[in-house]
Design a protein around this ligand. Structure first.
Ligand code: DGJ
Length: 535
């Protein structure tokens, strides 16, 4: 009898376990259907409206809590939080996961998701977050040598010992993360290193590295370029093309004036890939590398971290670091659309882990999500200190206030041709400056009502075509008029106009507008309108 009972109990508990497992949501993952990327969280598409805390914030519990409070209040849904190697492994092989625990607990307390940033061997083209025991031991963990023979504060990616140490620490962090977050999925993605590359030199000038530079380009890389020649990034295609699209030779023979950066890129990407593999073996969350972007004006690699995943190097990283899910631009330049276009590719989703916090940038959130199909948008340094919020903070909060309820709708409609974003430029104010065709029969004429001020605010928003006769108009600082494009020139007739919001994807009317208020008027504080047309 006892044996039968024990057997039945065992069976029942096994069935219960199976039921729990089956009900558990899958871990966060990227999905790509016909070149259209999405981030799936708990089985649904998710857009990250984020904010990145300052570099040292995680080390201070109170500061991190304040930062998460600010973020949650602004309408953001995700915090980007660094975890530094120096604090995670203060002595070789001895791990302290306090920072990871703190970040996860704080995010949960404020109902935020997390992107963890692994500040390991690399931070901004240097190694400032490596532990002291790594920094002191230059024999085991050698530095990159610049063109004058001086040591850079950058660890050489050619060192097997450095790579193994960085990868082991990252693996330990991911193992711990799986233990504390494997079921909850507070952490959605992990950034591997930060703005990798060599700051201060285009390549390593040590004798061993110079010998490699003078040797042949790996055939794996030239085969990759050959197979992807129609889709290469413009700068790399130019450099390779000017050298005759050679499929073998030294770095200089194959890449011409981009040779030094290409050789560096190969070594850096290989290193980051190895660290990624170690982390994924422990907990296979989506992982990416972020780029300090190249600048033009005749500057050379080394002014930006040479060999990082910038626009010159995207294809080379795709070949050398296949375990990374994507490469992501940190945007502190005004050529926003060009940068987005370079990173939004069938083999790479657009994901913006950092944009400048300046008041000029929040408007780009509409462009990023609704125009460029970005999966994430996140200003750097949201945790400013001070009694009064800065003009930038005010602007971010207004934009996020409008966008947050719209995220599920935007996620569903990216790539559909029904989203029409816009953002005010210099000289666009008070007069009709923008006409957007919303379909064959309708256009929106946008007139900005705020003064363009790069240091304070600018108008911005988006229109969503919900149906042939139904539109959403959202944003701040503009008036819109809908114009019929067929028949006699005229404004479209408004059947009804509501101010409202979305709650869990369902429209909630807050205010029916009519009479004097029957206008698509969006104040500088932000608003969402839903308009039905009589057509
Ligand atoms: C880009 C880096 O990735 C961030 O960690 C931070 O240092 C910012 N630059 C500062 O502007």
């Amino acid at each position: 009898m006892n044996i039968i009972w024990t057997g039945l109990l065992l069976l029942a508990s096994l069935l219960a376990c199976t039921a729990v497992t089956a009900a558990e949501a899958p871990p966060p993952a990227l999905d790509c259907q016909n070149g259209h990327w999405s981030l799936r969280v708990d089985g649904k598409p998710f857009l990250i409206l984020g904010g990145q805390v300052h570099n040292s914030t995680t080390a201070d519990a109170e500061r991190l809590d304040r930062a998460c409070t600010t973020l949650a209040r602004s309408g953001a849904n995700t915090a980007f939080v660094p975890i530094s190697w120096e604090l995670l492994e203060p002595a070789a092989g001895q791990y302290d996961f306090a920072l990871v625990d703190r970040a996860v607990q704080d995010a949960r307390k404020h109902h935020l998701r997390l992107v963890l940033l692994w500040f390991g061997g690399w931070k901004n083209g240097a190694m400032h977050y490596a532990p002291e025991w790594v920094k002191r031991d230059k024999t085991t963990y050698p530095r990159v040598i610049d063109a004058r023979g001086g040591e850079l504060p950058t660890l050489s990616p050619l060192s097997e010992a450095t790579r193994r140490a960085d990868a082991a620490a990252f693996r330990a962090m991911m193992t711990h993360l799986r233990e504390i977050d494997g079921a909850d999925h507070t952490v959605l993605l992990v950034q591997v290193e930060n703005e990798a590359g060599y700051l201060g030199a285009d390549r390593d000038y040590s004798p061993a590295a110079t010998q490699r530079f003078e040797g042949p380009v790996p055939s794996e890389l030239t085969a990759y370029l050959d197979a992807h020649r129609a889709a290469l990034s413009a700068p790399l295609a130019r450099a390779w093309g000017e050298s005759g699209n050679r499929l073998s030779g030294t770095w200089t023979e194959v890449f011409g004036d981009m040779a030094a950066e290409a050789c560096t890129g190969w070594d850096v990407a290989r290193y980051v890939d190895a660290v990624t593999v170690a982390g994924k073996e422990a907990w296979p969350l989506p992982m990416y590398a972020n780029a300090w972007l190249a600048v033009g004006n005749g500057e050379r690699a080394g002014v930006w971290p040479s060999g990082g995943p910038n626009e010159n190097m995207i294809d080379l990283w795709k070949c050398a670091a296949p375990h990374l899910d994507f490469l992501a631009p940190d945007i502190y330049q005004s050529r926003f659309a060009d940068i987005c276009a370079a990173y939004a590719r069938p083999d790479n989703p657009l994901f913006i882990p950092e944009v400048s916090f300046d008041p000029y940038y929040p408007a780009f959130a509409f462009t990023a999500f609704a125009g460029c199909n970005s999966l994430a948008f996140s200003p750097f340094g949201i945790d400013e200190e001070g009694d009064e919020p800065s003009p930038a903070a005010v602007q971010w909060t207004r934009v996020y206030g409008v966008l947050r309820p719209l995220l599920p709708l935007i996620a569903e409609r990216q790539h559909s041709g029904t989203l029409f974003p816009f953002a005010q430029n210099l000289f666009e104010e008070g007069e009709t400056t923008l006409s957007i065709q919303l379909g064959e029969q309708l256009a929106a004429v946008i007139t900005y009502t705020v003064k363009f001020d790069a240091l304070k605010q600018r108008g911005a928003g988006m229109i969503v075509r919900l149906a042939r006769d139904e539109y959403l108009v959202a944003g701040m600082g503009f008036n819109a008029v809908l114009r019929e494009l067929q028949g006699p020139p005229r404004d479209a007739e408004i059947l009804s106009l509501d101010e409202g919001t979305y709650d869990e994807g369902a429209w909630k009317t807050q205010h029916r507008l009519n009479g004097d208020e029957l206008q698509l008027s969006l104040p500088e504080t932000g608003r969402i309108l839903r308009v039905k047309l009589l057509r």
